[in-house]
Write a protein that binds this ligand. Structure first.
Ligand SMILES: Nc1ncnc2c1ncn2[C@@H]1O[C@H](COP(=O)(O)OP(=O)(O)OP(=O)(O)O)[C@@H](O)[C@H]1O
Ligand SMILES: [Mg+2]
Length: 305
């Protein structure tokens, strides 16, 4: 059985108008896509292709010019639905004089959590995003990566069922990127649906199940990453433990059998894998566990029915 659609758009359009209501930019031009429960969905596209505009319409922050949107089975304007969504904006507007702890406590209070629950959740989130050591320093002086991590924690305050991340890895170093990606996969394994945008295609390839590519407001491609990237008429074998001579002999044999040229290369690890091997030897790359607070029954009004 296919899982439920968490996001569905039909003919979604957004035309920005000027003061005199003249159309200025057609940012999104008839977008149809859906995201299923537990999926990690990547929205890709060049600068100005309409990704953030689409996200803002899904969140009810912008009103579509035309088309339909269902998010968690309701219209984006439905406030009950907003409480079940976590959002990391492209640029987080953090109050520079507040500490991460105060920031998270504030958001927790907006979701109606008691002081005790909010304090526990804040502490666990700060540990999760590796900011416990800086929990009581003003965020105004934070590095880009630290500020981004406060934003990620903030998006998780309400144990969301749907997490919308606009460029979550921007400003993060490779270690931070890897951790955000691991966190996203962990959340997805626990049933959280994730919609994210990113310009770092390697990150998207690592973490997303399905992607859509937008270009000037139009959907140009959409599908499972493995299907989109598969070369339909090629096959690759990976053989370990052969000497160069043995490898060449095997290639010649294959060529004779197949009747065509066979390419031979020595697979390299990704630069990310190499970088992490160099800098994360001492166990600096943390592995995450699903903290109990991220399970929905701990959020007021979201317990099991
Ligand atoms: N509030 C606005 N008023 C007028 N035009 C806007 C507004 N917001 C976005 N646009 C325009 O809509 C288009 C799409 O912008 P959007 O921010 O959605 O792109 P994006 O895909 O998120 O780009 P990026 O990768 O740079 O974040 C752009 O041409 C942008 O200038
Ligand atoms: Mg954007």
């Amino acid at each position: 059985m296919e899982s439920a659609k968490v996001i569905e758009t039909l003919g979604l359009r957004k035309t920005f108008r000027d003061f005199w209501r003249r159309p200025v930019v057609e940012a999104v031009k008839g977008l149809d896509f859906s995201v299923r429960q537990g999926e990690v969905f990547g929205l890709l596209g060049p600068n100005g292709s309409g990704k953030s505009t689409t996200i803002k319409m899904l969140l009810g922050l912008l009103h579509p010019t035309a088309g339909e949107i269902r998010v968690l089975g309701a219209a984006p304007s439905d406030t009950r639905v907003k409480a079940r969504i976590g959002y990391l904006p492209e640029v987080s507007h953090l109050h520079p004089f507040l500490t991460p702890r105060e920031t998270l406590m504030y958001y927790a209070s907006l979701f109606g959590m008691s002081h005790g629950v909010a304090a526990r959740r804040t502490a666990e989130l700060l540990t999760m995003v590796d900011l416990a050591h800086a929990a009581d320093r003003a965020v105004g002086r934070f590095s880009k990566g630290m500020a981004r991590r406060v934003g990620v924690a903030q998006a998780l305050v309400n144990a969301p069922e749907l997490l919308i991340l606009d460029e979550p890895t921007s400003g993060l170093d490779p270690l931070g990127c890897r951790e955000v990606k691991d966190l996203v996969r962990l959340l997805a394994r626990n049933g959280v649906t994730v919609l994210m945008t990113s310009h770092l295609l390697a990150d998207v390839e690592d973490v997303c199940d399905r992607v859509a590519i937008l270009d000037r407001g139009v959907l140009r491609a959409e599908g499972q990453i493995a299907d989109l990237l598969r070369k339909p008429d090629a096959v690759r074998f990976l053989v370990e433990g052969l000497s160069e001579e043995e490898a060449s002999a095997l290639r010649r044999e294959l060529e004779a059998r197949a009747g065509c040229r066979v390419q031979q290369d020595f697979p390299a690890m990704s630069l990310e894998a190499f970088f992490l091997q160099v800098v994360a030897q001492d166990g600096r790359l943390r592995t995450f566990e699903m903290a109990p607070f991220l399970q929905a029954e701990h959020v007021p009004g979201k317990g099991p029915a």
